[in-house]
Write a new protein. Structure first.
Length: 123
């Protein structure tokens, strides 16, 4: 019995809840070619000059648009479940936290943005 409790404790420590272990936001780096462009996104985030980083909710895919003079470009940034995030989700299930697993799925704590960094080629 003690061995089982220790095993569960170790697994909980290694994996933990994804919301706590990874957070619900991620820094996404936006770069442009050429650099120096202003960036806006369809989720209301922006930065004045590339390269820059945006703090994005892990459950939000988005499109970033860069503009420099008369040149523009866009990039689509998706969210994907990752091994690291899924391992944290396993910690919820092992410890019996199905509610925690549902919360992590809902807030995207088990996801990462791809591509990151995201490069926008201006034309």
């Amino acid at each position: 019995m003690i061995t089982k409790l220790l095993s569960v404790g170790v697994l909980a420590t290694l994996f933990g809840c994804a919301s706590i272990a990874r957070g619900t936001t991620e820094l996404v780096t936006i770069q442009s070619v050429p650099s120096g462009a202003a960036v806006t996104t369809d989720i209301g985030l922006s930065c004045p000059v590339t390269p820059c980083q945006l703090k994005v909710p892990r459950n939000k895919a988005f499109t970033a648009t860069a503009k420099l003079g008369n040149q523009t470009g866009t990039v689509k940034v998706d969210t994907v479940a990752t091994n690291e995030g899924n391992n944290a989700m396993v910690g919820n299930v092992v410890v019996g936290g199905l509610i925690g697993a549902a919360v992590d799925s809902g807030n995207g704590a088990n996801k990462d943005h791809k591509p990151n960094p995201a490069t926008i080629y201006l034309k």
